[in-house]
Design a protein around this ligand. Structure first.
Ligand SMILES: NC(=O)c1ccc[n+]([C@@H]2O[C@H](COP(=O)([O-])OP(=O)(O)OC[C@H]3O[C@@H](n4cnc5c(N)ncnc54)[C@H](O)[C@@H]3O)[C@@H](O)[C@H]2O)c1
Ligand SMILES: CC(C)[C@H](C(=O)O)[C@@H](O)C(=O)O
Ligand SMILES: [Mg+2]
Length: 323
């Protein structure tokens, strides 16, 4: 279904009614990254990004799971020293349908001095914090049992409430070790010692920023998939990166984040864990054979384009499908 810039070009809006309806009627949605220079000067409601925010909000997919794992094959591609990067395996649970992205009031207006002012509102209701915290506690419970809640409770009121609600829920999850960290420290700790993190839970905007940062530990933003889930209805699955307009059309983009998002779709969206594993294994196969797009290339490997990387993964998937 057309979406983002493609939909703007086709029908003049980033999220056409038909796309929205089809998405709601689907079992799961795989979403291609949106955006690009062509639409950057559009009015806000006619920007591809608004389509993305609206589809997330319409589907109520408040829980965005962003795994960041350093694959052994890609340790050399990490921006961090080998010993720091090796073995990193974390899950960032980002709140996706609230906070400053959606808070009211917002806008650009003229203040009493006749000067233009732009403003947004960081706002969280208790139930929004509770539901994302529960997803995070459950996630941590299935992983290594450590949850770090990241906020800015030393300054922001919304973060003070965030910390209070997360702390209150901890008694329901005695098997999970909860800690709290301010976001500025978290940004630093991520590159100092990323292995200290198992599961991170944080708000919309901090999760956006920290997940891009975490991606570089894994080698590239072209490696990070995501799953956005609600309490019911279809999940939305997309890479965490954008449309990479600086390399668009050059057959250079790493397709693995999108391919791994399809694996997350199978696992979290359809409960097809075996099929998901097949895709994840196929990605590992392609990496084991030395295929690398430019963003994860290190000497001694085979530099390939987006298309060839995709074909290699496909070949491996085909070889695994029982006849
Ligand atoms: N979920 C989404 O659809 C999504 C996410 C982020 C940004 N965007 C949009 O994408 C557009 C570009 O934004 P940006 O440049 O800030 O972020 P971006 O993620 O598109 O690109 C940032 C940098 O990472 C590189 N990169 C991204 N994906 C890559 C891949 N798969 N393989 C190799 N390199 C990759 C790009 O070349 C670029 O240098 C904007 O319009 C933005 O709003 C969309
Ligand atoms: C394109 C933008 C609206 C989006 C976000 O900020 O959520 C993106 O950066 C992401 O991480 O999915
Ligand atoms: Mg982002």
């Amino acid at each position: 279904m057309p979406f983002g810039g493609a939909a703007l070009d086709l029908v003049g809006v980033p999220l056409p009614e038909e796309t929205s309806t089809a998405a709601k009627q689907s079992d799961a949605i795989l979403l291609g990254a949106i955006g690009g220079y062509k639409w950057d000067k559009n009015e806000k409601h006619l920007r591809p990004e608004m389509g993305l925010l609206n589809i997330r909000r319409d589907l109520n997919v408040f829980a965005n799971l962003r795994p960041a794992t350093v694959l052994p094959q890609l340790v050399d591609a990490s921006t961090l020293k080998k010993e720091v990067a090796q073995g990193v395996d974390m899950m960032i649970v980002r709140e996706l349908t609230g906070g400053i992205y959606f808070g009211e009031p917002r806008g650009i207006t003229i203040n009493e001095n006749g000067e233009e002012v732009g403003f947004n509102t960081e706002i969280y209701a208790a139930h929004e914090i509770d539901r994302i915290a529960r997803v995070a506690f459950e996630t941590a419970r299935k992983r290594r049992g450590k949850l770090c809640s990241v906020d800015k409770a030393n300054v922001l009121d919304a973060s003070i409430l965030w910390r209070k609600r997360v702390t209150a829920l901890a008694s329901e999850y005695p098997d999970v070790e909860l800690s709290h960290m301010y976001v500025d420290n978290a940004a630093m700790q991520l590159v100092r010692d990323p292995k200290q993190f198992d599961t991170i839970v944080t708000n919309n905007i901090f999760g956006d920023i920290l997940s891009d940062e975490a991606s570089m530990i894994t080698g590239s933003i072209g490696m990070l998939p995501s799953a956005s889930l609600g309490e019911s209805g279809p999940g939305l699955f997309e890479p965490i990166h954008g449309s990479a307009p600086d390399i668009a059309g050059q057959d250079k983009a790493n397709p693995l984040a999108t391919i791994l998002s399809a694996a997350m779709l199978l696992k979290y969206g359809l409960g097809e864990e075996k099929a998901a594993k097949m895709i994840e294994d196929a990605v590992v196969d392609a990496l084991n054979k030395g295929f690398r797009t430019g963003d994860i290339y290190s000497p001694g490997n085979k530099l390939v384009g987006c298309k060839e990387m995709g074909e290699e993964v496909l070949k491996s998937v085909d070889s695994k499908v029982p006849v």
